[in-house]
Design a protein around this ligand. Structure first.
Ligand code: DAH
Length: 342
């Protein structure tokens, strides 16, 4: 019996197992209840005592070898199954990572912020749900002022009847918050989202983005305003750009102006973008009204200031020649992908 076991031992070592199916055959033949090893143990019981010791050792050896071989191969086949399922080919190159692109509104906002920060303007942001004081009254728009109709307003229901909250209609509200909370010199820009009750069309939307600018100090003049805006226009639209200031009206500035730039498409000759005029409007501005300074407890005899406000969508539409404001909010990747290199 000992020889028989030894033969089997060397047989085990030579058996080649190439698949899971082979391994199962191996298990059935050697290790199962009706397998060879169990049968040998049955025979073993019939041996005389003196033989048992030695044969027992060999028999245990055989059993362990068979079990070890089985365990080892089982683990190996499982590992292979994990990594080499038919639809994974590890030699293939990795899928390219698809990069997104910045939204054109963010691109233009960042450019505006960057241009003004180069000449010493800091950036501040503030709330979008604003009270009546900061959005209107403090900006020299008292309750019955007809200019309130210039901007159709979304009102927000407050906790009680006396609370007058609105979705801010312009970022000029941030001027007030900043002037209330800091002393001149103040030189900051305030980018952010604003809301108006407008019918949505190619040219108007119920929300959009603005950048407000404010400079308050001793001796700030209209000439400072003009020079600052010329610098901005040339940085944004090219060094050949000229600006033109037209008298206008805003309750919070006096005097007030609207600023046009020479059309950067046709260089001023006249085209579809500038409606043949050679000029396109980009922003509103003026000298901060003394009443507005006083509303914020800033001495209007000592300090003067200028302010301006521009729509980011408007600048972006001009710069990229986009003719429908709704494109900014639809998130159509065919539109957004065009700004990858911008
Ligand atoms: N708040 C104005 C608007 O939304 C824009 C504006 C005009 C802001 C003149 C200013 C300014 O600071 O001086 O239409």
């Amino acid at each position: 019996m000992k020889d028989k076991i030894d033969n089997l031992l060397s047989e085990i070592e030579t058996i080649e197992i190439k698949s899971k199916e082979h391994l199962e055959e191996f298990r059935l033949k050697w290790l199962a209840k009706k397998g060879l090893v169990t049968a040998l143990f049955d025979d073993f019981k019939t041996l005389a005592n003196e033989e048992r010791k030695e044969v027992g050792r060999h028999l245990n050896d055989l059993k362990n070898k068979a079990q070890e071989k089985y365990n080892h191969l089982k683990e190996k086949f499982e590992e292979i199954a994990d990594t080499s399922s038919p639809d994974i080919d590890l030699t293939k190159p990795a899928e390219p990572i698809a990069f997104g692109s910045r939204h054109p509104i963010s691109i233009v906002r960042n450019q505006i912020v960057e241009i003004f920060s180069r000449i010493g303007f800091t950036i501040k942001e503030n709330r979008e749900i604003e009270d009546d004081w900061h959005n209107f009254s403090a900006l020299n728009l008292p309750e019955d002022h007809p200019a309130r109709d210039m901007q159709d307003t979304f009102f927000v229901k407050g906790q009680n009847e006396n609370s007058n909250y609105v979705l801010r209609t312009h970022t000029s509200s941030v001027q007030i918050r900043v002037m209330e909370n800091s002393k001149p010199p103040i030189r900051s820009i305030f980018p952010g989202r604003v809301y108006r009750k407008e019918n949505i069309s190619a040219r108007a939307h119920c929300f959009f983005h603005q950048v407000e600018g404010l400079y308050v100090d001793e001796n700030v003049s209209f000439a400072d305003l003009k020079q600052t805006l010329l610098y901005f226009a040339q940085e944004m639209f090219g060094e050949k750009t000229k600006i033109r200031l037209r008298p206008s009206y805003f309750p919070f500035t006096e005097p007030s102006a609207e600023v046009d730039i020479t059309c950067f498409i046709c260089g001023g000759k006249g085209c579809a973008i500038c409606k043949q005029s050679g000029w396109v409007e980009i922003l509103g501005c003026g000298m901060v009204h003394p009443k507005v300074l006083e509303n914020c407890k800033i001495d209007s005899k000592k300090y003067t200031g200028f302010a301006f406000g521009m729509g980011i969508e408007r600048i972006a539409m001009l710069k990229y020649q986009i003719n429908d404001i709704r494109l900014f909010y639809e998130n159509d990747v065919r539109f957004l992908n065009q700004f990858k290199s911008a």
